[in-house]
Design a protein around this ligand. Structure first.
Ligand SMILES: NC(=O)c1ccc[n+]([C@@H]2O[C@H](COP(=O)([O-])OP(=O)(O)OC[C@H]3O[C@@H](n4cnc5c(N)ncnc54)[C@H](OP(=O)(O)O)[C@@H]3O)[C@@H](O)[C@H]2O)c1
Length: 268
């Protein structure tokens, strides 16, 4: 039976009372001033760039990831904007709940956490597969469950998937699987957690930590090869992704969807 439009909009009346002016139409200017944002993966790459860009727009950020050193290094660049740093594994539901409880409810919760292994499908070890499922499957599930309590009604939850969801190739089998799963999860949660918004950003190849296991020469050659095949003629920078993340947080009408920030990689 088709789902009726009216049943989909049950609960919309709550939104009238709880959604801030800043996220209702307009240009989003100032929407992040004073907003509290919890970022898992803030110790490096895109997560770190989101923390930095959000802080520059007046947000208060909480930084999470497994490595205390990396979080402290990020925090050192953001004086005054840091609510707290949380050395945690996003796989651990209790750790996630405890961290969010300290300064929650948050206006936005973001995860870029990824512990990925690229390599032939038949050669992947159980531990490597578990690491991928832990960071990009169980992590978002734990955050989705925590969002019920620790995310403000007008807030948003943002996951990061990736181009491998659509453009599978040798070595990215499980990476693609976890990425595409996130997109389905976000759609479901946008309905179940309403009026909280839930979205996904799907990056293309970005010069960031995901490629840190490559040697420098190999990485340079890889980026040049990818750039040559993209309409924009370059690989992404972490700021490209962070800018999109802020736009998704600022715009209260982006919901239940995937924003592809990939330089045209999906269509090239
Ligand atoms: N860079 C790209 O080209 C690209 C392409 C497509 C998609 N993406 C996606 O975009 C996101 C950001 O990519 P990136 O290159 O910025 O990645 P990154 O630099 O490797 O950052 C990932 C962060 O996640 C944290 N992390 C990993 N496992 C965790 C866990 N179990 N619990 C908590 N934190 C964990 C890592 O810190 P600790 O090790 O300290 O925990 C790290 O700071 C990822 O989801 C990635 O899959 C990136």
């Amino acid at each position: 039976m088709p789902i009726s439009v009216s049943s989909r909009w049950n609960g919309a009346s709550n939104m009238t009372n709880t959604t801030s002016q800043a996220t209702r139409g307009g240009d989003g200017l100032g929407a992040l001033i004073g907003a509290k944002i919890f970022i898992v993966g803030a110790g490096s790459g895109v997560g770190r760039a989101i923390a930095s860009m959000a802080a520059a727009r007046g947000a208060k950020v909480a930084l999470a990831g497994r490595s205390r050193d990396k979080l402290d290094a990020t925090a050192a660049t953001l004086s005054g904007a840091v609510l707290g740093t949380y050395a945690l594994d996003v796989t651990d539901r209790a750790q996630v709940e405890a961290a969010l409880a300290e300064h929650g409810p948050y206006d936005h919760i973001v995860t870029t956490a990824a512990d990925l292994t690229f390599g032939p499908f038949t050669g992947l070890t159980d531990a490597q597969i578990e690491g991928m499922l832990a960071s990009k499957f169980w992590g978002p599930i734990n955050l989705g469950r925590a969002a019920d309590k620790h995310l403000a009604p007008q807030g948003s939850l943002l996951f990061f998937s990736g181009l491998a969801a659509y453009r599978q190739g040798p070595g990215s089998s499980i990476v693609g699987v976890v990425n595409i799963a996130l997109e389905s999860l976000a759609a479901a949660l946008a309905i179940e957690l309403k009026p909280k918004r839930v979205n996904v950003i799907s990056p293309g190849v970005v010069d960031a930590g995901s490629w840190s296991s490559m040697g420098e020469d190999e990485r340079t050659a890889f980026f040049a090869d990818v750039a040559g095949g993209l309409p924009v003629g370059r690989v992404g920078e972490v700021e490209d992704e962070a800018h999109a993340a802020l736009a998704v947080m600022e715009n209260g009408f982006i919901n239940g969807t995937v924003v592809n920030v990939d330089g045209g990689g999906r269509v090239a």
